[in-house]
Design a protein around this ligand. Sequence first.
Ligand code: NAI
Length: 343
Amino acid sequence: MPQTIAATLIPGDGIGTEIVDATLAALDALGAPFQWDRQIAGLEGVTAAGDPLPKATLDSIRRTRLALKGPLETPSGGGYRSSNVRLREEFQLYANLRPARTLIPGGRFDKVDLVVVRENLEGLYIGHEHYVKIDDDPHAVAMATGINTRAGSRRLIEFAFEHAIRLGRKKVTVVHKANIMKALTGIFLETAQQLYEQKYKNRIAMDTVIVDACAMKLVLNPWQFDVLVTTNLFGDILSDLVAGLVGGLGMAPGANIGADAAIFEAVHGSAPDIAGKGVANPIALMLAAAMMLDHVNLTDKAARLRTAIDQTLNVDNVRTGDLGGKAGTAEFTRALVKRIEHA
Ligand code: NAI
């Protein structure tokens, strides 16, 4: 009997259940030894337990330190705080890992294979914002504070270098705006340069680029990059940019990793417009599951899952509607499971 690995499963809202079921079917076919503790969050948490992040869900992740999560709905403007942000803070998930690889050849950006490593807890996303009233205008001035720490930058950049080296990558590019935000992003750049000198200069290449130039270079020639590491806001934008290079959010997985837990998810949201119709593309969550397999050192199963996705898309030509195909979630999943079983 193979050893089991306890993990929390949060199906989430909207298309969550559909893509989670598809992903579980793929993991079962691979014989992945996860023992799931199913929990709720997001809108389902509010409806069923009066809390978008119930205590039982937090306790489960505290115990397993490992979770696969479907999308969670967050109201815009008012309403409850994003459960995703709360999860990141609760478990200090400081690194957001967003790989982007071309899955369907022959498009505008063929053979792209990049990883964006984004700082997940600091920067301009800490939520210290306020307005200043002048005369009768309560919103005359808007202010936001960003905070980057040397310790926070260091642990993230160290994570990026270690991850890049483990994957056999060739180069880490540090993305910043230290020419303008000299302190806020200067500390990130300075920390990267010091760390590189101290620990990494004989092990991997490093270069630096200003974020606006980086955006242009990514669109003109994404192949010049390998691993990009950057602060929270820039990472949020650039990771969506690279997802766009390889076919959009339907194919983009993400991992939120900290010292105490790791949570794997699709980058896209709950897609309420297609929920319940059986047409959602499950690939992003499946690729997140592949990252989860890598994380627990089941790299062979992770590779088999990625190969089966490639073959289902490109040999069998079974694709969901967002990729121009005609298959529903169930048909895609059946074809994928067949590929896994007959590999
Ligand atoms: P969304 O990503 O849910 O949808 C954007 C568009 O992409 C929609 O047209 C949708 O149908 C399509 N789409 C998304 N995933 C797809 C898939 N797997 N297959 C086929 N088409 C897909 O973004 P939206 O509509 O802005 O957000 C909806 C809800 O999701 C909001 O409540 C938002 O807060 C939440 N959200 C949650 C995230 C998470 O839990 N990590 C991330 C992003 C949004």
